[in-house]
Write a protein that binds this ligand. Sequence first.
Ligand SMILES: NC(=O)c1ccc[n+]([C@@H]2O[C@H](COP(=O)([O-])OP(=O)(O)OC[C@H]3O[C@@H](n4cnc5c(N)ncnc54)[C@H](O)[C@@H]3O)[C@@H](O)[C@H]2O)c1
Length: 441
Amino acid sequence: MPSLEKLIREKKAKVCVVGLGYVGLPLSVEFAKKGFKVTGLDRYKEKVDSVNKGKSYILDVSDEKLRKVVKKGNLKAQVSFSAVEDSDIIFLCVPTPIDEYKVPNLQYVESVSKDVSPFIKKDCEKLIILESTTYPGTTEEVILPILEGCTISPQEKFRAGKDFYLAYSAERVDPGNKIYHTGNVPKVVGGVTKRCTKLAALIYSFIISKVVPVSSCRVAEMTKLLENIFRIVNISMINELAVLCKKMDIDIWEVIKAAETKPYGFMPFYPGPGIGGHCIPVDPFYLSWKAKEFDFTPRFIELAGEINDSMPYYIVKLVDDALNSKRASLKASKILVIGVTYKKDVMDIRESPVLKIMKILLKEEDIRLSYHDPFISELTVEEKIFRSSSLTKNSIKKADCVLIATDHSNVDYNLIKKNAKLIVDTRNVIKDRNIKNVFRL
Ligand SMILES: NC(=O)c1ccc[n+]([C@@H]2O[C@H](COP(=O)([O-])OP(=O)(O)OC[C@H]3O[C@@H](n4cnc5c(N)ncnc54)[C@H](O)[C@@H]3O)[C@@H](O)[C@H]2O)c1
């Protein structure tokens, strides 16, 4: 039997990707494009069927790209874990959510680890890599015992670094980013042993321009959290300053533009209705939770979370203030929300603060709420189904207030500017400061 290293070098290693979502599908396509035989596993048959038909459901993976690798026989998808038996490298790309109390939920990671474990055998040389974002210690404290065979005797336990290999490498993809994609964002890799790191770095080197090996899984896990904590703290800081600037009658957008002229030591962050998506509002709380084990409260994270949670309420207050300025109120008003996804030009509404804004608005008596989003045709808030209304002169004119919540590129803001009675702009889309009916964050 050739060694795993030889199989990888000769591109004969069989790849299996568990979880065909935003992370797993692009990863599968990248390996398949490079000539590896890839099997994607997902518990949803619809996703599996869609992949096998070459029909993408992820914005960053085109149908054409997917069809090519499927047609070539390099990528196939299935529901059953039986493919793990014949695979050499298994990537785990499953969700790592938090619950309403911001407590980590590792059930997906644990479940797929248990599904993979029966295929770990003495000297099987399979390499398992976790890509999901999580707290430092997950790979070694949660996955390792499952794969080592915690149910068999200590003498018989399979050894990571000998019988199988285990590593962690977080995905850093920024959905919708036209410049940076899986292939050109460096990948940080940490294994349970040096050999685990070496093999994981080797497989990534086929699809990624730069691989950065680190000394352990925990360092790699913490690196991903540092990156996302950096973002939540800075975005929350600018949101806090935006609220203060409003009180002081200072235009925060002008301040940021001016500060940006400093050639060093400053990096712009922009205010908005709150942070959304599956990563930034979620991941930092994995660390907060783990920190409790060390009698430590990471205060920056808690404070950032608090500010982030308060932003949707603040935006509703802005809408109310805007209506009050016209001697109207939220009660019985018609509000048209523009953009419901968590950020521009993506079709993802997970943790979107706009849903929270809509939920708060719906508490108002007789409010008539509608939305327009070119990426989301339908959505449910408080068990009420909404359909994206078309953006016309009429629909804009009918609204008492147009709330620009997400700044998608393909929205006709001029049409809004010309026809809206009142605009609340949370993204600084309307640049003209002379228009009097615009209330800016
Ligand atoms: N979305 C991003 O931009 C992004 C970026 C970096 C890191 N991450 C991290 O990557 C991980 C995955 O995120 P995602 O956005 O790809 O999630 P996702 O929900 O889009 O995809 C996860 C997939 O896993 C599948 N799945 C869940 N349980 C399964 C099981 N038991 N067996 C087989 N399939 C199963 C789901 O059906 C889904 O298709 C998370 O930890 C996330 O924090 C996400």
